[in-house]
Design a protein around this ligand. Sequence first.
Ligand code: FES
Length: 245
Amino acid sequence: MSLPSKATTSLLRHAGRQQLPALRSSAALVQKRNRADSPFDASTSHAEFTSPFHRGTRNEQDTTVIPNWGKYRSSSSETGNKLFQYFMVGSFGGLTALGAKNTVQDFLVNMSASADVLAQAKVEVDLSQIPEGKNVIIKWRGKPVFVRHRTADEIKEAEDEDWKKLRDPQPDEDRVKKPEWLVMLGVCTHLGCVPIGEAGDYGGWFCPCHGSHYDISGRVRKGPAPLNLEIPEYDFPEDGLMVIG
Ligand code: FES
């Protein structure tokens, strides 16, 4: 290092030493001013909070002390508080039940059949078009329905049968609303084939799939079918008219 630069360095050092006290005092002043402006000043925040676990002075802690929560206690009476709690619980329970009911109701409404589907679910049959001793097959809800206009002899034969000895015991009067009209689902109770009318050993229906025989009341008499032919819902709203479904 040359002589002039050595002199410059020593001059700067000297000047720094001279100015250090002034710099320190100005830094302290700035720090003091900042602390006064800060909302988190330690001296004030500690003074405002007193832990409930402190006993006596601030530094004396004891975890066995039961804190006094008095200032958090409700100013209302016990009965008033209970009434308020019951009211809140009851209100929320009621609202929850209402929401659940509406949800279930919406679900059921969406799942239920619409008006046009319900209209198709019923079939009207003009009985005047079916002569005595004849069968017709009506399609209802995708299934065949047998309608038989029975003769007086057939009715007598069906009623005289000793039904208690049958595989699926059922008197003829339990299977018809009017003795001359026999209405049944045309689905074999064995495996679901469609039996043939006016066939079989009993003058009723015969299922060719596995050889089940049904009598003139649609009761199973022979073969593997376990049950009588099923009776659907039907009614006679007026003379000469039948509604199935
Ligand atoms: S389906 Fe009719 S007898 Fe088997």
